[in-house]
Design a protein around this ligand. Structure first.
Ligand code: SF4
Length: 694
């Protein structure tokens, strides 16, 4: 404090990076943010934080922030700085023209998991009530949409079942397709503390993650499966539980549909689903699979935590349902220490999904075909809502290249960098007549934009984020917006410019509307959030104090639903030209495509993406750590440096996707989850060859 000067004031707010949702005291001197101090009373972090939340906020005042609106009639023209009024009038004119010329379904939009619940709710309202279409989607499409589908189908709602505190009562922790140390560091610390206290650990991951390698934690089982075989290994585990009579039949009879359970049990019991039969596919010792199954089923409270290594597959939704099947079969649902817990990536991906960002669902995960739900929204908004689901992001892009889709409003997402098959995204955007990008920086997607509306950071706005444990937490304005407007105000002005009569004066009024329209939010308001610090939905008459743990007495859908999840190999196959399998992940100090972490003054953020390769595969190619390599797939190629390590198994390579210079998504395929179109980022057949560098 001596060096940086004494702060003059402080505001408690919520981190805008990952789904842990740490809270901080933002300490200010004048209009300068001095430091972020982890908030001791933060319910999700209890005074802890990671390096990103604590130090990586320099991007908020980075010189590359765009602070003035810009327009251009075509993407080959230079940008022209204009007033807010001119930009919004131009954008609204284009939207109205396109709707009159081509119809309402030629329009659509994308909400952001970076923005607040209130901002997200307004964007989907603008699209549904203003554009007149359900063509709204969110970046969860490319990460946790299978969680939405899988948990809604099996349990009845699209959310993790536990609060973070619950891990303190876990006896067995099963982590599949997640690397919490890097992805969710503060929660990982709590998980590790429980493991040091004696909880048993099963890790299912192609890579020896930190949890497997840590000298202080002895993983009982590390099952390094071949990428793309999640459903096979979960089915093999289920086979052991059922055929060795380890299932909790009393729980199943009371809480689940017994007929569906029997059907599922018969399926998993088949010899073709045994660990021995499936071992050659999975690439894991069948005895280890049997041991892990016995431990999870009989070791006491069993909790499952998973990440994008589960969802970003062609069988992502099946994998989520296979996980839910295991939890139901063993009675590991509905009390502390157990459950099914998706580790959400972005700060508000849970909230973006809750707020009706999907083309088939209004807020609270209610299908647009449900008349009673539509009646509620129509009465509140004074418009008709289409009973048919709208287009998902990839379908909007397809429709654009087919000439059917003409304009899009994108808030806080760089789809050109983050979505798969970059060429397809570029072709779709280029075919549109009006692309409106609302963001902090001129990102890659903005290369195809006609209107750029400057965005505001989490430090410049009021609102709420919802973390991975369904905890709704206040985001409080620390400084005035550098561009003059909070994001919800920009969306409101755009709505007014196209003719809607919106008059919100504060995000609390938007939350009040959300509460009126969303049964799981009826007890949420700013007064309570200020007084109590946070609330975990559902918060309503049945649960007035919120719901740290879900499905305690019954599943949201009534009876828990077992779903048969047959393993279907991905269409992405290795062969002589592409003999290795690439999978991807994150490192602690970077975040996604790096838009924020790369724009800080601290050099640690500027690490490069490295390609991890097993010593045997490296030796066969004459490679050593630090060498440049060409990474090539059927989709494309890129260049990066090698890191020779036994963290990956022979035949598997791994990289991160934080740096635009690498553009890992150039090599990923266009295969996607059968139910939700979530891209299969985690399995790509590749070849590695020595290179002289980029
Ligand atoms: Fe922010 Fe997540 Fe780090 Fe907490 S763990 S400080 S929420 S990035």
């Amino acid at each position: 404090v001596k060096e940086i000067g004494k702060p003059e004031r402080a505001v408690v707010t919520t981190c805008a990076y990952c789904g842990v949702g740490c809270t901080f005291r933002a300490e200010m001197r004048g209009e300068q943010l001095v430091r972020m101090v982890p908030w001791k009373d933060g319910k999700a972090n209890r005074g802890h934080s990671c390096v990103k939340g604590r130090f990586a906020w320099g991007y908020a005042q980075h010189q590359e922030r765009i602070l003035s609106p810009m327009i251009r009639e075509s993407i080959d023209q230079p940008w022209r700085e204009v007033s807010w009024e001119e930009a919004l009038t131009y954008a609204a004119g284009q939207i109205n023209r396109i709707r009159e010329t081509y119809g309402r379904n030629a329009l659509g939009g994308i909400t952001s998991s970076r923005c607040t619940n209130e901002e997200t709710f307004l964007v989907q309202k603008l699209i549904r009530a203003g554009f007149g279409t359900n063509n709204v989607d969110t970046c969860a499409r490319v990460c946790h949409s299978p969680t939405g589908y899988g948990l809604k189908t099996t349990f009845g709602t699209s959310a993790g079942t536990q609060d973070f505190d619950s891990v303190e009562d876990s006896d067995v922790i099963l982590v599949i397709g997640a690397n919490p140390t890097d992805g969710h560091p503060v929660f990982a610390s709590r998980m590790k503390r429980r493991l040091r206290q004696g909880a048993r650990l099963i890790v299912i991951d192609p890579r020896r993650t930190d949890l497997v390698r840590s000298p202080h934690i002895a993983a009982d089982y590390h099952l390094p499966l071949r990428p793309g075989t999640n459903v096979a290994i979960l089915t093999a585990i289920a086979h052991v539980i059922v055929t060795e009579s380890l299932a909790n039949e009393a729980f199943i009879r009371e809480r689940c549909d017994w007929d569906e359970y029997q059907h599922w049990a018969e399926f998993v019991s088949a010899e073709r689903n045994s660990p021995e039969f499936l071992a050659p596919v999975i690439g894991v010792d069948p005895e280890a699979i049997r041991g892990a199954a016995r431990l999870y089923a009989t070791g006491g409270n069993g909790a499952i935590y998973y990440g994008l290594g589960v969802t970003e597959h062609s069988q992502g939704s099946s994998t989520v349902m296979a996980i839910a099947n295991l939890a139901m079969a063993t009675g590991n649902i509905g009390r502390r220490g157990v459950g099914v817990n998706p580790l959400r990536g972005q700060n508000n991906v849970q909230g973006a999904c809750d707020m009706g960002s999907f083309p088939h669902e209004l807020s609270g995960y209610r299908h647009v075909s449900d008349k009673a739900t539509r009646d509620l929204f129509e009465a509140e908004w004074g418009v008709k809502i289409d009973p048919e689901p709208g287009l998902r992001i990839p379908n909007m892009l397809d429709a654009a290249t087919d000439g059917q889709f003409k304009a899009i409003y994108i808030q806080g997402e760089d789809i050109l960098q983050s979505d798969p098959d970059t060429k397809h995204v570029a072709a779709g955007l280029a075919a549109m007549e009006c692309v409106i990008v609302h963001d902090l920086f001129l990102n890659e997607t903005a290369n195809y934009a006609h209107v750029f509306l400057p965005g505001s950071t989490f430090l410049e706005k009021n609102g709420t984020f919802t973390n991975a444990e369904r905890r709704i937490q206040p985001v409080r304005k620390v400084m005035e917006p550098l561009n003059g407007y909070e994001d919800w105000q920009v969306t409101q002005e755009l709505a007014r410019a196209i003719g809607l009569d919106w008059n919100y004066t504060h995000p609390s009024e938007i939350m009040d509307e959300i509460a009126r329209l969303t049964p799981t939010f009826t007890g949420v308001n700013y007064k309570r959030l200020d007084a109590e610090g946070s609330l975990q939905w559902p918060v309503n008459d049945k649960a007035p104090d919120g719901s740290p743990i879900m499905h305690i007495e019954g599943f949201v859908r009534g009876k828990g639903k077992f779903v048969v999840t047959d393993y279907v190999p991905t269409d992405e196959r290795t062969g002589p030209r592409f003999p290795l399998l690439l999978t991807t992940g994150r490192i602690l100090s970077q975040y996604n495509v790096g838009a924020q972490t790369r724009r800080t003054a601290n050099v640690v953020w500027h690490e490069e993406d490295l390609l991890e390769i097993h010593p045997t595969d490296a030796e066969n190619r004459g490679l050593k750590s630090g060498d440049w390599v060409k990474l090539a797939s059927r989709s494309g190629e890129t260049t990066l440096r090698a890191l020779v390590t036994d963290r990956v198994a022979p035949g598997v390579v791994y990289t991160t996707f934080h740096h635009p210079a690498t553009q890992a998504n150039v090599v990923t395929t266009d295969y996607s989850d059968w139910a939700t179109n979530c891209p299969e980022y985690k399995v790509t057949a590749v070849q590695i060859t020595p290179s002289n560098g980029p």
